[in-house]
Design a protein around this ligand. Structure first.
Ligand code: CAA
Length: 259
């Protein structure tokens, strides 16, 4: 499929989606959102894809929603734009394959928001995070007030959104937004290594883990545990369970099916 504002490549069961408008620091325009949603659909439909990496070209991950585009929006258009962004971020969250946010640089506004819709965030030491919308006279619209508070608590979410300040990758790790921070020159090779490793695991288990953590999070524990037992049982209907457990007992590495 032809894309103009993103790069989409699949190699060894890992799809890498790179937002590619480096001159505008990868700002999310309607066209970028549209192409990201098409690439997510492509990854969902492609059985050879097990894991996705989301990253940005150049010095930014994503410096936010496109301010030039938003500057002339009416309230009605702004609401539509926010809903569109939210929908695309939901698609990432609901993709039944793990998505790693590989944050290589600025992750501001919509950039911080899209990273939070991935399954976890790994950052280069050069990354910076923030929700600077308040500096533009507006507020986050792609889930910043909601996913941030769920990830790091209300106090940090309020501080970041109300001050519009930026934090470093290490500070983002300290507050629990980022899982790991890497030296810039090793960053993408470490992300690729982890993605390859995950891609070698069983598909049913990967899907079950992602779905259950997300779906169970907002449910009462008892209900979520009962759903977990169902998902656990589903694994036992798969070849992956047979292969994984036989391999353990036979003291060899499992070879999970690739389709
Ligand atoms: N939208 C559109 N263009 C952007 C942009 C954005 N979010 N961020 C940067 N750019 C453009 C700049 O306008 C500039 O373009 P020109 O070369 O044509 O002038 C180019 O990218 C490079 O940017 P800078 O010269 O500003 O680069 P810098 O290194 O000096 O500063 C920065 C980097 C601190 C990230 C700065 O660009 C910046 O503050 N960007 C805006 C960040 C922001 O406010 N993001 C939130 C947007 S609102 C939002 O996202 C709402 C929402 O929740 C949906």
């Amino acid at each position: 499929m032809a894309y103009e504002t993103i790069l989409y490549e699949v190699e060894s069961q890992v799809a890498t989606l790179t937002i590619n408008r480096p001159k505008a620091l990868n700002a999310l325009s309607p066209q970028v959102l549209d192409e990201v949603s098409r690439a997510i659909d492509e990854a969902a439909a492609d059985k050879s894809v097990r894991v996705m990496i989301l990253t940005g070209a150049g010095k930014a991950f994503v410096a936010g929603a496109d301010i030039a585009v938003m500057s002339t929006m009416s309230p009605l258009e702004a609401r539509r734009f926010a809903r569109k962004g939210q929908e695309v971020l939901f698609m990432l969250e609901r993709l039944e394959k793990p998505v790693i946010a590989a944050v290589n640089g600025f992750a501001l506004g919509g950039g911080c928001e899209i990273s939070m819709a991935c399954d976890f965030i790994w950052a280069s030491e050069k990354a910076k995070f923030g929700q600077p919308e308040v500096n533009l006279g507006v507020m986050p619209g792609f889930g910043g007030t909601q996913r941030l508070s769920r990830l790091v608590g209300k106090n940090w979410a309020k501080e970041l959104c109300l001050t519009g300040g930026m934090i470093s990758a290490d500070q983002a790790k300290e507050i629990g937004l980022v899982n790991r921070v890497f030296p810039a020159d090793e960053f993408m090779s470490e992300v690729n290594k982890m993605a390859q490793e995950m891609a070698g695991k069983g598909r049913v288990a990967l899907r079950g883990i992602k779905n259950m953590v997300d779906e169970g999070y907002d449910l009462p524990l008892e209900r979520a545990l009962s759903m977990e037992a169902e998902a656990f049982a589903t694994c036992f209907a798969s070849n992956d369970q047979k292969e994984g457990m036989s391999a353990f007992l036979e003291k060899r590495k499992p070879k999970f099916r690739t389709n």
